[in-house]
Design a protein around this ligand. Structure first.
Ligand code: 13P
Ligand code: SF4
Length: 319
């Protein structure tokens, strides 16, 4: 995508401020193309969380959503974490509160709580393990078979994990991401009918993920061409696969990176309307303002951060 003269000037200023402040710019795969293009590190939730620990920068500008910046702040209390827009939230993280989790735990004494990273710090503080879409299965497998598990908040990821691990003792919270839940099985099937040779890449948060797994196991969807993957693993797969066409069932922002890395291949959105309004709130202007004015610094109260860090440390060390 062509960058305007105005955008170029802002990008130059961002680079100057990054140097002045010894800052690093992290961006999630769903960010606007111009943000992806200036990121020092681009990736999925797990890759970005790990990158916050590896960097020697003093300031982390998190081009993503609130829970991601909060996780970075918990892992790096000595660094300044900035979120360019405080309104960049997450409908999935909002689907469970710490009080609701405490009530759920009281109904299942002794159960192990596995929380998706798309949760608030308060919810993470009430959890035993945190996970992302790329290591949820590994994390659940690391928990002794006889332990009851409370998995939250995403029901589609939960049922994917349940199916992959074959565990019956997993209780799943009925939360969802409104963007991924909106990607329906009939939309995937419609695009697949037009492009029968395409690889189908599905994010486990999608409304179509359960049916895709089922149809794959029934042989309706081709076994070797249907893959349920995190956004980072979707990027790896699209590079390594011999296929020329790919149907992408996740937020459409990732297609920018896929197309950039594989100009000769074709990427088709299962639902072109799958756009996360929170991810798109981060603009070049806001990134510059954040660096210049040191706004909005994300902090987490020490008592909550200390408890949440235990579950986040497990997340970054497994898988
Ligand atoms: P991943 O990038 O970890 O696959 O997560 C997707 C997502 O919805 C982030 O909010
Ligand atoms: Fe949250 Fe869904 Fe947006 Fe990811 S895509 S940040 S899960 S609302």
């Amino acid at each position: 995508m062509a960058v305007t003269e105005m955008q170029n000037r802002i990008i130059e200023e961002i680079q100057e401020w990054k140097e002045k402040r010894n800052a690093i710019l992290l961006a999630h795969n769903y960010q606007l193309p111009e943000i992806q293009d200036i990121a020092d590190v681009l990736g999925d939730s797990l890759h970005l969380a790990r990158a916050t620990i590896d960097t020697t920068a003093d300031v982390i500008v998190f081009c993503g959503v609130h829970f991601m910046a909060e996780t970075a702040a918990i892992l790096n209390p000595e660094k300044t974490v900035l979120l360019p827009d405080l309104e960049a939230g997450c409908s999935l993280a909002d689907s469970i509160t710490a009080d609701q989790l405490r009530e759920w735990k009281a109904e299942h004494p002794g159960a192990v709580v596995v929380a998706y990273v798309n949760t608030t710090a308060e919810v993470k503080a009430e959890s035993d393990y945190c996970c992302t879409s790329s290591n949820a299965v590994d994390i659940v497998r690391s928990i002794p078979e006889d332990k009851e598990i409370l998995f939250l908040p995403d029901m589609f990821l939960g049922s994917f994990v349940k199916r992959e691990t074959g565990r019956e003792n997993i209780h799943i919270w009925m939360g969802e991401c409104h963007v991924h839940a909106g990607i329906a099985p009939h939309q995937v099937e419609g695009v697949l009918a037009q492009h029968p040779k395409a690889d189908l890449l599905v994010h486990p948060e999608c409304g179509c993920s359960t049916s895709s797994m089922f149809l794959k196991s029934e042989g309706v969807l081709p076994e070797d061409k249907t893959h349920i993957l995190s956004t980072g693993n979707m990027l790896k797969h699209s590079k390594n696969s011999q296929a020329d066409e790919f149907i992408i069932a996740t937020e459409v922002g990732i297609i920018h990176q896929m197309q950039k890395q594989n100009p000769e291949k074709q990427f088709l959105a299962a639902n072109p309307e799958a756009i996360c309004p929170f991810m798109k709130m981060i603009t070049l202007e806001k990134v510059l303002a954040t660096l210049k004015e040191n706004k909005h610094v994300i902090t987490v109260p020490a008592d909550i951060a200390d408890k949440a860090k235990l579950s986040i440390d497990r997340m970054v060390s497994i898988g």
